[in-house]
Design a protein around this ligand. Sequence first.
Ligand code: AMP
Ligand code: ZN
Length: 496
Amino acid sequence: MRGRAGRIGFNRDVSDAPPPGLESIRLHDTRRRAVVPLEPLEPGKVGVYTCGPTVYAPQHLGNMRSQLFPDVLRRMLLASGLDVAYVTNITDVGHLTDDDHDAGDDKVEAAARREGRSAEEIAAHWTAQWAEDRRLLGCLDPDVLPTAAAHVPEQIAMVRTLEAGGHTYRIDDGVYFDVASFPRYAEFAGLDLDELEATGRVENVAHKRHPADFALWKLSPPGVRRLQEWDSPWGPGFPGWHIECSAMSIKYLGERFDIHTGGVDHIRVHHTNEVAQSESALGIHPWVSIWMHNEFLDLGGEKLSKSLGHTLGVGDLVARGIDPLAFRYFFLQAHYRQQQSFSFELLEAAATGYRRLVKHAVAARDAVGGDVTGGDPAVVDEPRRAFWSALADDLNAPQALAVASTVARRDDLAAADRWALLADFDRALGFGLAGAADPDAPATAASDPRIASLLAEREAAREARDFAAADRIRDELKAEGIEVVDTPAGPVARLT
Ligand code: AMP
Ligand code: ZN
């Protein structure tokens, strides 16, 4: 296995000394089931890995919660003066439709067959969509974005190490991890392996020694050529989903690293399996210092999905004229370890709060010509401490957001103090306040993502020579008092 030498470099926010309240950071660790102090493995540096999307379909707003919470975490770590290396992956192979049971189709491959496109095309399309959704939500780009398909040799090497250590066995459809070879297997998620054995599905028991055993390498069925397959010491096939994350996180962050994040649904299977194979291959414990998991966003189930014909994503917000950053504000209103219910009414309320915050911030910013250094320490120190210590306490974003909203509305604060505070808070909040426009100013294509998206749609329609659709969009904007003017540099929207 690669050691720390293969790691990527770290990034440091050197712009400022650590703000008051961020001197010590405490985070909830799923493994220890407790809020624990962050003690970086290398002083001053933190490596963070987030399980990324499986790129075969649009990501819904729930999926984006698992991107937003590590973004706030990362911003807080940077603000505290730590060097942060942030890695998230793209799962473009190996994630099965029934991944709990190593059964079903590869999700990307199935989508490719369904749509008559290559697996690479499907993955590239949905990766770009996901990256755009992240950008609209104000997430910082990852330092490294490895794809599973580009890291197959690393995964094969890890399976070979596990094989040499006696942790695997082979059955007709692949190489499996033998959970009996790792006595700590049940510890991470507090599983009851006997119960699992008793309730394991019959077809799995027939193949596997234990229902919790999981595929490290899936073999292509005899005579079948899959869209994505690689040669391996065991025959042509593709890697299992769990080994991807172990191999890629270790490659870029080292054999031990500080923080691994994902949604709560990953605890029982995906992360339990990552721990089992990584600790078995490396002979270390604990592999990762702190495991952080976000609770689910409840999207209201079928109702929302059906009314839109698909699950609700960032693009749907834009189409409805909702600023994606209002969703970021909505997300910040709940603690990441609490379930959060979504409804358009709640989002509207969040959008009002968001607009109010931006309006006050922009007014203060413009009054002091954007100078962030003008705050009077006697005034700003206390709210700064309140804001950052809330985040340092296991990312209490709702409390931090409440401090920011109060500061934005406080009439007794001078513009210089108000802007110094809000610019500082925005390092974690991620609203881009330094470049934000007054939300009550008339909309333009540059300031309104919905108009920008409609213009892009109209361009695509024109390129496809679907002039009826292009004209429909022009008329739709016209009805709102916005005229589309085609210039040599592309279309621009002007208020009429
Ligand atoms: P997937 O593409 O299915 O692997 O999911 C990507 C990420 O989204 C994983 O970390 C999941 O745990 C997370 N996730 C899925 N559904 C939700 C939800 N409703 N709320 C929050 N996170 C979710
Ligand atoms: Zn993962």
